[in-house]
Design a protein around this ligand. Structure first.
Ligand SMILES: NC(=O)c1ccc[n+]([C@@H]2O[C@H](COP(=O)([O-])OP(=O)(O)OC[C@H]3O[C@@H](n4cnc5c(N)ncnc54)[C@H](O)[C@@H]3O)[C@@H](O)[C@H]2O)c1
Length: 317
């Protein structure tokens, strides 16, 4: 990766990834882009930023030509809960945007990364130690676009030789940018509320296990996979990655180790609960470990200590 175009760079992943890539590859070699342009975001102020709507292929192409891009990291998408509320828009953005970005990668011979999700699995998928290759019959529009995206990226590699790579991210927890409307957002909200009010009402029910990962591990995984020698990769586009399988009470316990008065209650949102129940409890990450050395650093306890410390500073600023 020498000149990297990031789409959807103002989102939860993009905000953290843009900073990391600017640090590692140089500010002038990272072109952050998004459909929005908030003036005060570090993504906009600390380096190259361009407005880009990924549903317009020629706009992607213009930026690739202008900056002589060699890699696209495609993050623009609608997340699970929002996609369920706006399924047609989710199809247009998640599939249309991906198809446009892949076409530009094919035309200009670019390397390509896009994340899939644990949402690409479905209710019939084995829930524990979910294999790398398994039954995928998702019942949400988000899942339908994610499994289709995995297949489309495989197709572009097999048919056109585009160097496509990707992971299935679990719920991602971060302090830089707020999540964009996913089913695992409670795992970010809980830390904000623990510090602000000492209490949190979870929209996901007790005992509901899902895979999660701290953002520094997610960003590291993207860099590691993109830098891995191509001949080491067998699966390429949808590596299972995760650092922990957790339920709301696990967060409660981890937070109480720092804030003993913290109180967790439940008011379940049926839409997001149904989505959560259709996803695995704990996925198997062996392929990512063996093919490109995936090895997350953060446990729930280590992540909780870091989140509370960083958010405390952010909230009191
Ligand atoms: N955050 C997670 O927990 C998680 C988990 C699994 C997979 N993913 C995947 O990672 C990717 C990025 O997720 P995120 O959490 O950063 O999402 P996000 O919702 O936080 O950010 C998405 C960004 O895309 C931008 N966008 C929307 N429409 C656009 C358009 N037409 N053109 C250009 N930009 C547009 C938005 O302005 C936003 O900044 C998505 O593909 C998502 O499915 C995320």
């Amino acid at each position: 990766m020498k000149k990297i175009l990031i789409t959807g760079a103002l989102g939860q992943i993009g905000t953290a990834l843009t900073a990391r890539l600017r640090e590692t590859y140089g500010t002038d070699n990272v072109i952050a882009s998004d459909i929005q342009k908030p003036e005060h975001s570090s993504v906009v102020t600390d380096g190259i930023f361009e407005n880009l709507d990924v549903t317009n292929q020629s706009l992607i192409e213009e930026l690739v030509q202008k900056y002589e891009v060699d890699t696209i990291i495609h993050l623009a998408a609608l997340l699970s809960a929002v996609a369920e509320a706006k399924p047609q828009l989710a199809w247009e953005l998640n599939m249309g945007g991906l198809n446009n970005a892949l076409e530009v990668a094919r035309t200009y011979g670019l390397k390509f990364f896009t994340p899939s999700s644990i949402g690409a699995f479905g209710p019939e998928t084995p829930k524990d130690k979910t294999p790398q290759v398994t039954l995928q019959r998702p019942t949400t529009m988000y899942g339908v676009t994610k499994v289709s995206g995995e297949l489309l990226c495989d197709y572009y590699y097999q048919k056109f030789g585009v160097d496509t790579r990707g992971v299935r991210f679990p719920g991602l927890i971060s302090y830089e940018a707020l999540p964009g409307g996913g089913t695992t957002d409670y795992a970010v909200d809980i830390y904000y509320e623990a510090l602000k009010s000492g209490a949190y009402t979870s929209f996901i029910d007790k005992g509901t296990y899902m895979d999660m990962m701290y953002m520094p591990d997610a960003v590291e995984a993207i860099v590691q996979l993109m830098e891995a020698p191509a001949e080491q990769l067998v699966h390429r586009n949808a590596f299972n990655v995760s650092a922990m399988s957790v339920c709301p009470e696990d967060f409660e316990k981890a937070i109480q180790a720092h804030l003993p008065e913290f109180n967790l209650s439940f008011e379940v949102d049926s839409v997001r609960q149904t989505i959560a129940e259709s996803w695995p409890n704990a996925i198997d990450t062996t392929a990512a470990q063996t093919e490109w050395g995936f090895s997350p650093n953060y446990t729930l306890e280590k992540m909780t200590a870091d989140m509370l410390e960083k958010l405390n500073v952010k909230i009191t600023e």
